[in-house]
Structure formats: C-alpha cells, structure tokens
Design a protein around this ligand. Structure first.
Ligand code: SF4
Length: 131
C-alpha cells in the first residue's frame, strides 16, 4: 500500500537551506499574484541557480524562503510545484526527522485522488537539496 504524507503546514521545508526552483510559468504566475511586472519580480525575489539553468527564489538572512510569513506561505495560492509536491512527489532520506507530515497507508486509488498522480512516483527535489 502506498504511503501518503499529509502536510501539517509546519513550514520546516520553507526554512531549510536550498533552492526553490521556478519554471517560467511559475515566475509569471507569482509576479501577477504579487501585482508586479515580471522583470521587477525577477529582480526583487529571484536569483540565477548555481547551475545557471533557471531561477530560484531568494532566501531571507536566516536561510528561510523569502515568502515565508510567520507560520505560512505568503504565496500559498500560487506556490511553486516543488513546494506543493513535497514530501509526496519528492523527498530525501531522513526527511521525517524535520518534517511533521503524518504518514497514512492508503489505497492506490486514494493516493491518486490525494496527489493527482500514480502511486510510486518520485522526482528529484529542490529546497533542502544543496546546489
Ligand atoms: S514558496 Fe511558500 S511553500 Fe515554497 S518554500 Fe517559500 S514559503 Fe515555503
């Protein structure tokens, strides 16, 4: 039976060092949500990734995501896919030590209903993954 991790909105993943990779569509969507021109958004809230293959959100001085506001995501309605899919779509060994998501054993059908994808899918991660 697949395991579905139910996010408790603890924001631990928003505080880890690493990257929040952005697609072009996500850049456009977040800029619109913030009522900014795309160029202004890019200049103010993003930087080039170390691999120079795209943009990532910048961090605050303490390493947390620039959009973390208290105990919530300031762009929750349009947050990047990478954020939405952790920890079911991607994670890393030992993530349970810092993430408070509650693990549920579910049927394949329930897993697909909750995530929108087939059981067993796993992608490479982002925030919390160095570089
Ligand atoms: S965009 Fe939102 S969910 Fe993603 S790391 Fe930043 S604060 Fe967290």
């Amino acid at each position: 039976m697949p395991i579905f991790y139910e996010c408790q909105r603890c924001t631990a993943c928003c505080r880890w060092p690493g990257q929040v990779r952005l697609t072009e569509v996500e850049v456009d969507r977040i800029a619109e949500y913030k009522s900014l021109k795309v160029n202004d958004f890019v200049e103010r809230y993003t930087r080039l990734r170390p691999d120079r293959k795209g943009l990532t959100l910048i961090e605050r001085g303490d390493g947390a995501c620039i959009f973390l506001e208290g105990g919530d995501c300031g762009i929750q309605a349009v947050k990047p896919k990478q954020c939405r899919e952790f920890p079911n779509g991607w994670n890393f060994p030992g993530f349970e030590a810092v993430c408070r998501a509650v693990a549920h054993e579910v049927t394949d059908e329930e897993y697909a209903r909750r995530t929108g994808w087939e059981a067993g899918r796993q992608e490479g991660g982002g925030r919390g993954v160095p570089g």
